[in-house]
Structures are given as C-alpha cells and as structure tokens.
Design a protein around this ligand. Structure first.
Ligand code: 5RP
Length: 259
C-alpha cells in the first residue's frame, strides 16, 4: 500500500512560498528569454543571480533554441560555469562591442544606479558592461534601495595591494561626512580587519576595500570621479547611469524598470 494519503478531491493545494533564490532565477530567466537572440555577443555576469542566466543560456543552446552566440564572462568563476555548459566564449579584445550583458546587482536605486561588486568582480563587470549596447540587471526585490549605500551593506572599491591601508584611510576621510567606515575584504566573508594574509584577492590580483556608509553620499558622479582620481584605486562599485533595464522579481510578480 502507498505510504501517503492523497488529500480529498477539491482540496486547494497551498502554493509553496518562493525563496529568494527562486526570485533570482525568475528574474534571470526572464532576461534571457526576453533579450538574448541568436547571433549575439553576450556578456555574462557574476553572482548567484547571474548564475541562473548563464544556466538558461546553456540550456537554450543545448536545445538549439539559441545558436551562433558568443559570450564574454565577467569573472573566472563565470568562465568556469560557462565552459562546463559548453557555451562558446570570447573576450573584449576579440569582440569590443557587446550586444547585451545580463548581471545581478547589490543595490538598485530609484534612478537605476547600482552598487555592484559584493561578489568581487566589479572591475571586469564594469569593463564589459560599459562596452555593452544593452545592460540588463536582474535582481530580487531585496536589492531595491532608496539611495546608494542605503542597504547598510558594503560598497566595494578595488585597490592595488600596495599601501592599501593608506588608501582605505583616504577613502574613509573622503566620505567622512557620510559616516564612512572602510574595511579590507577578507577571504570567504565581508567582515573583519586584521593582517593582510587572509585578504580577499580579486581575479586581477587586487584587494577590495568595503565602504560602509551611515548616510547618503550626495553627488554620486562626483564621488565616483573623486575615487577614480586616487592613485591605487582601480575601480569602484558604483555603476551609475549604466543599466538599460532592471528586472525585479518579487512576491507580487515581475517588474521591468527602464528609463
Ligand atoms: C559580483 C556582483 C553581483 O552581481 C552582485 O554581488 C549580486 O550578487 P548576487 O546575485 O549573488 O546577489 O556585482 O561582483
């Protein structure tokens, strides 16, 4: 006899609540299904949301629904995933113009400005996303913020390892008016401030200084430019005025935000 009983006919089945990962997958799949076309050069983002987009591209290629596409990964992690799915890969040297990049984000503000890089890949992401005709961002609703820095979580800045403490102090001073605290990112976590031995090292051999802000930093463009003028700063995690569209998956459904 079966070890289970079926509920009586007509009993409504309670839908399971969607997990955060389900929402990430829904947003990522929608981006691929709506935006990726055969023959395109596609940038592949990094992180737990972008990972689903890469899976979907692999699946559609396998099924022959997509063909003749070439992809440019934004990290060694994504490169490995794409290779495991037999997705054809290239780089910006060979394909300087990218039709479309799909990537996640850590924060999205009402103007579609972003914070990126909690996954550590901000430099390659910005390079490839700046070279993209379309940049489609995929997030679950937890990433929406009132202002950049508003989640209270890290705003990453990639710095050269040489004199990183000097640069961390300068960044802290630069945004002192916003209650900024700077921390070297450690391997495996976004926390702590100890020696250099366990520093997180990016794909480019650099360190990440995470900035924690208590208040709004105000003029984002000026702040980004000021950071980029500091020698030793390689890239910062503010992605301003770059997103073509943001696909947000939430408990109430999918919203597409664009300008
Ligand atoms: C990596 C990133 C990621 O896109 C960002 O951290 C979002 O990650 P996740 O989708 O895992 O929440 O910028 O550098």
């Amino acid at each position: 006899p079966p070890h289970f009983t079926l509920s009586s006919p007509g009993t409504p089945i309670e839908p399971l609540p969607l997990t955060q990962d389900d929402l990430k997958k829904i947003a990522a799949y929608k981006a691929v299904d709506d935006f990726v076309e055969s023959g395109m050069v596609v940038g592949l983002g990094t992180g737990s949301t972008a990972k689903h987009a890469v899976d979907r591209i692999g699946e559609l290629l396998q099924q022959g629904i997509l063909s003749n596409i070439v992809c440019i990964p934004t990290s060694t992690r994504t490169q490995e995933q794409a290779l495991s799915l037999q997705i054809p890969l290239s780089d910006l040297d060979s394909h300087p113009v990218v039709d479309l990049t799909i990537d996640g984000a850590d924060e999205v503000d009402p103007h579609l400005n972003l914070v990126k890089g909690r996954g550590g890949s901000l430099l390659r992401e910005k390079l490839i996303e700046c070279a993209s005709r379309k940049f489609v961002v995929v997030v679950d609703e937890s990433k929406l913020v009132k202002y950049i820095g508003g989640s209270g979580l890290a705003m990453p800045v990639e710095v050269v390892p040489f004199c990183w403490k000097f640069n961390a102090r300068r960044l802290e001073e630069m945004f002192g008016y916003a209650g900024c605290r700077a921390q070297l990112r450690r391997k495996g976590c976004v926390c702590g401030n100890g020696g250099d031995d366990d520093a997180y090292v990016t794909d480019n051999g650099n360190y990440i200084v995470d900035l924690y802000l208590e208040r709004e930093i105000g003029d984002l463009k000026a702040a980004s430019e000021a950071m980029m003028r500091m020698s030793g700063v390689v890239e910062n995690g503010m992605f301003l005025d770059m997103a073509t569209a943001v696909i947000v998956a939430g408990s109430g459904g999918i919203t597409v935000k664009d300008k």
